[in-house]
Design a protein around this ligand. Structure first.
Ligand SMILES: [Ca+2]
Ligand SMILES: [Ca+2]
Ligand SMILES: [Ca+2]
Length: 454
């Protein structure tokens, strides 16, 4: 199906805000996209014995990104407004009435949790569109497993924000899926009330984080996590090359989970603050600016919590996603390993595994009785790199060492004790000026030299 999308159309979707999307893309093309993103649950990317040991629960696909905008509201016949919050659910098929009522309950809960309790911005009024100023939510046939939020009306607030409406496929199962989706899509409507220009990957990172946080056992809570762990070399903030190949950016929401757990005392305010601090004024006529973006404001948000600089947090996250996969029971699949087992004096990533900025590689090596390993990185081009080396004791605890920050050749040594395996992570930090809106996704080469001593 992907091949049916005109090649010139694809990058347009990815990097443009939805307001411009509707002007440059025909509804027929959108229909193609909606059809193209009907997908089965993703369990793929598990290659080795360790990786295969982790079984993900069945994962529901959110598939579609930001939805079509002007003129895109589905045609419906029935509606029901909430008695608690300004929300109206619309549907067409009388057989959908019971589900619509359930959906309204889930949306009430989403408003209660996200706006009332967690302080997210309430979705902006849409000036009577859909019959009232309420947030409009549609149950319509939009493709198996699909839902989307469409930006609709820019608002004259101090910031570039917009009202939006939400569309859920009318056949979404009410087995927890619809409830998870309600938390997820409703969060997008809150995001639009803060910053309509923030990057598309972060848009999904944050909503996926929210539905996983609010319904951790829900069918959608594992969306994209296998994809994310299967491709650690990809930039943490990248989005699927054509938007639909996989669900990497949903899985990348676990970076926010890490930040909240490690630096945010478990409180999800950190995620909301990234959206609030990353707002920018509307600039009529200009190319939609997104400055500052969430990465520009991350240092201040971490600093308020006595957290580290971004580069240190990124390296700690790489170790965390590995450690989470080796806990008992494992909480994540093992990230892809450029070498799994054996011992090596030299390691290089394959061409298609070279990490661009904010991408990483992992390796697992057998110590074969060595008591110390020293790892140094060479031929890393213009990028700054960080290296992390760790072993896990029989008690599950880790001992680890990291290379020093800054330019130069990273080098790190670790006493191995009686450990039989050692894990290595290599993180590319680029030139230190990464920006989510200026993709620098070309992989960079390097070489690791390993010195084993008894
Ligand atoms: Ca309305
Ligand atoms: Ca922004
Ligand atoms: Ca920026």
């Amino acid at each position: 199906m992907i091949g049916l999308i005109p090649p010139s159309f694809v990058p347009t979707v990815l990097r443009r805000s939805p307001g411009r999307w509707s002007r440059s893309v025909s509804l027929a093309a959108i229909g193609l996209l909606l059809a193209a993103c009907e997908r089965s649950p993703v369990i793929g990317g598990l290659a080795t014995g360790v990786q295969a040991a982790f079984r993900l629960p069945a994962s529901a696909s959110h598939g579609c990104r930001r939805g079509p905008t002007r003129g895109g509201r589905p045609q419906t016949r029935h509606d029901l407004a909430s008695a608690r919050f300004p929300i109206t659910v619309h549907w067409r098929d009388p057989a959908t009435a019971a589900k619509a009522k359930k959906l309204l309950g889930y949306l009430d809960a989403a408003w209660q949790r996200e706006v009332v309790e967690m302080g997210w911005a309430r979705p902006l009024s849409d000036a009577g569109a859909g019959g009232t100023d309420n947030l409009d939510v549609y149950l319509a046939p939009v493709g198996k497993g699909q839902a989307y939020v469409a930006e609709e009306r820019r608002q004259k607030t101090p910031f570039a924000a917009a009202s939006a409406y939400i569309v859920f496929d009318q056949n979404l199962a009410d087995d927890g899926t619809l409830e998870s989706y309600a938390f997820h899509e409703f969060n997008h409507a809150c995001q639009y009330a803060l910053d309509a220009n923030e990057g598309s990957a972060f848009y999904e990172n944050a909503a996926a984080y929210m539905d996983r946080f609010l319904k951790p056992d829900g069918p959608a809570s594992q969306t994209g996590i296998a994809d994310f762990q299967a491709a650690p070399e990809r930039s943490l903030d990248s989005i699927s090359p054509d938007g639909f190949t996989d669900e990497f950016e949903y899985g990348a929401g676990i970076f926010l989970e890490f930040l909240v757990e490690r630096y945010g005392a478990g409180r999800p305010d950190l995620v909301r603050e990234l959206w609030e601090a990353g707002r920018q004024p509307e600039q009529a006529g200009a190319a939609d600016p997104n400055e500052p973006d969430w990465q520009d404001v991350l240092p201040a948000v971490l600093q308020r919590r006595q957290g580290p600089d971004t580069q240190t947090a990124l390296l700690a996250f790489q170790a965390w996603r590995l450690q989470q996969s080796l806990s008992k029971p494992p909480r994540l699949p093992v990230p892809f390993l450029i070498q799994d087992g054996g011992r090596a004096d030299r390691l290089k990533p394959a061409q298609n595994r070279r990490p661009p900025p904010w991408g990483a590689n992992f390796a697992r090596l057998d110590t074969q009785g060595a008591r110390t390993v020293s790892v140094s990185l060479a031929d890393g081009g213009d990028s700054q790199w960080r290296v992390w080396v760790g072993t896990q004791g029989s008690d599950g605890n880790w001992s680890a060492a990291t290379s020093a920050p800054g330019a130069g050749q990273p080098r790190v040594s670790l006493a191995l004790g009686a450990a039989k395996r050692v894990y290595v992570t290599v993180l590319n930090l680029g030139n230190g000026h990464h920006d989510p809106d200026r993709a620098d996704w070309a992989g960079a080469d390097y070489r690791l030299d390993l010195d084993w001593a008894r």
